[in-house]
Design a protein around this ligand. Structure first.
Ligand SMILES: [Zn+2]
Length: 439
């Protein structure tokens, strides 16, 4: 795959770190001068911008959390006057006020460049016809990816999110070669294609550049085989810019290259806030190094990942982050072992004939934590050979124990026992925290 900006993406580590330090110091000075919120924070900790003398000194600086952006709603954290802001985006605000992000002309220029890098790493070139299947609006995904694709010189179709039938119609007629959207939307499109019996040869699709939500390798395989494409993951959050923070190269099992000349990333223990060594899973924390309108220091993303500094065969020297394995809110600890719903999902999806529909019941018996995973099985399996049913149950148990590193009970349950759900509340039932659960 082509490297969009070889100068920046293959820079020697020492040179990159020097650039990061210079930019970190400049951002520190800028927020001290221009953002009263940060000035108060720094003063409360007895910190001055000149205390940042090395990249390690980053950990002296305070975290920024989503609540800070809400409190500063809409413009209190901006570092430039509104007359210098040329674009305003926001989060959806489903859990309260939206968070607002602003961009100067330079911010937009950087954004286009960084998204172009991510799209190139995923295979896109100026010869592609790109279908943007994100909603155009306050959110950053559609506009961010749209501009990056234009920067590359591809032909961009701003379809927006829509029904799978509409997307397929456009794909056929416009000879789309790259689909840009969420993995769940891509999966819906792929399944609709299969249902309607549309031959893959009628489509010209080659690439899926998918992101904005966590997805499993099993989902990736399904999308790739049904659509006949190469699907890569990319990551970004609106608070620090939007898409363009990181993306997979051709060695995609190894993670997403972070655009480190613009974002300084750490992984911290979600509980203690301590910085974790490479390879350990924790919460991603991002410091923007070049943002002018809304610079952010050590932003707690709530997304779980791990960093991998090993050199990559593609030639990029930028560190990689593992694909997002969940939210900090979804992680639970059993007998000292951290467990993520995505690990359980990956195991169940890998077993022939099972869909990842499950509930985890965590309990405590005689002072020891217990884990029971209830998995829905298709009716045919339940009414069929009992030995097959039992061997499936045993297979799931063994694989879960190997993946999680702890003892697990598995119970197969009838179809539609488990309500379709997103998120922790229905997938994880933690009886340890309810009253009297110890008895
Ligand atoms: Zn690579």
């Amino acid at each position: 795959m082509p490297i969009w900006n070889p100068r920046a993406e293959t820079m020697a580590r020492a040179e990159l770190e020097q650039l990061q330090l210079e930019r970190l110091q400049a951002i520190g000075n800028r927020i001290w001068e221009s953002v009263p919120f940060y000035r108060r924070r720094f003063e409360g900790l007895g910190l001055m911008p000149e205390h940042v003398r090395s990249l390690d000194d980053l950990r002296l600086l305070p975290f920024t959390v989503k609540e800070d952006l809400r409190t500063g709603y809409p413009y209190d954290l901006f570092a430039v006057p509104l007359r210098e802001v040329v674009r305003i985006h926001g989060s959806s605000g489903t859990t309260g006020r939206p968070t607002v992000v602003g961009y100067t002309k330079n911010d937009l220029r950087h954004w286009r460049e960084l998204v172009a890098r991510v799209l190139s790493a995923g295979g896109m070139t100026k010869d592609d016809v790109v279908q943007i299947a994100f909603s155009y609006g306050l959110l950053t995904d559609a506009f961010g990816l749209h501009q990056g694709a234009e920067e590359i010189g591809a032909s961009v179709i701003p379809v927006s999110a829509g029904r799978p039938e509409e997307q397929i119609g456009i794909m056929e007629d416009f000879r789309t070669t790259a689909l840009v959207g969420t993995p769940s939307h891509a999966l819906q499109i792929a399944e609709m294609l299969e249902k309607r019996g549309v031959a893959r040869s009628r489509l010209h699709l080659r690439w899926g550049i998918l992101g904005a939500e966590p997805w499993s390798e099993a989902t990736r395989r399904k999308i790739e085989s049904l659509l006949g494409i190469s699907a890569t993951d990319n990551y970004g959050i609106s608070e620090v810019m939007g898409p363009g923070v990181s993306g997979e190269c051709e060695n995609r099992k190894r993670g997403l290259h972070i655009n480190e000349d613009h974002f300084l990333c750490e992984v911290v223990d979600p509980e203690s806030g301590e910085v974790l060594p490479p390879g350990e899973t924790g919460e991603l924390v991002i410091t923007t190094l070049t943002k002018e309108a809304l610079p952010i220091i050590r932003y707690r993303t709530g997304d779980l990942t791990a960093l991998d500094p090993e050199p990559c065969g593609c030639g990029r020297t930028l560190v990689r982050m593992a694909r997002i394995s969940g939210r900090t809110d979804d992680m639970f600890v059993v007998g000292g072992v951290k467990v993520l719903p995505s690990q359980i999902e990956e195991v169940i999806s890998g077993v022939e004939g099972l869909e990842p529909r499950y509930v985890v019941v965590v309990d405590r018996q005689d002072g020891a934590d217990t884990v029971e995973v209830q998995v829905e099985v298709p009716g045919a399996l339940l009414t069929g050979d009992v030995r097959h049913l039992l061997s499936t149950q045993e297979l799931v148990r063994q694989r879960l124990e190997a993946a999680l590193g702890l003892g697990v009970e598995v119970k197969l349950v009838e179809p539609r026992t488990i309500a379709p759900s997103e998120g922790r509340t229905q997938k994880i039932i933690d009886r340890r925290t309810s009253e009297g659960s110890d008895f």
